[in-house]
Design a protein around this ligand. Structure first.
Ligand SMILES: [Zn+2]
Length: 71
């Protein structure tokens, strides 16, 4: 199984929000640091190779403690 967050070295990082057309962070590290969630690799993407929820649109969870983003 390949990890969903594996990043091919030769593909520039580009991510799109499911809900809006905001600017993409420059790297996966920046996206995670900025609060992007539910990130998936989309090898068939034309304008982006990842999809996720930007910090403005991340799904709200009543009991989300969000304490361990590295999990
Ligand atoms: Zn968004």
């Amino acid at each position: 199984m390949s990890h969903p967050l594996d990043l091919p070295r030769d593909v520039p990082f580009s991510i799109s929000c499911y809900e809006c057309d905001c600017d993409s962070p420059d790297s996966m590290e920046e996206a995670l640091a900025a609060g992007w969630t539910e990130i998936i690799f989309t090898p068939d993407g034309i304008l982006e190779n990842y999809l996720g929820y930007c910090p403005e649109h991340r799904p709200q969870d009543d009991d989300c403690d969000a304490a361990s983003p590295d999990d």
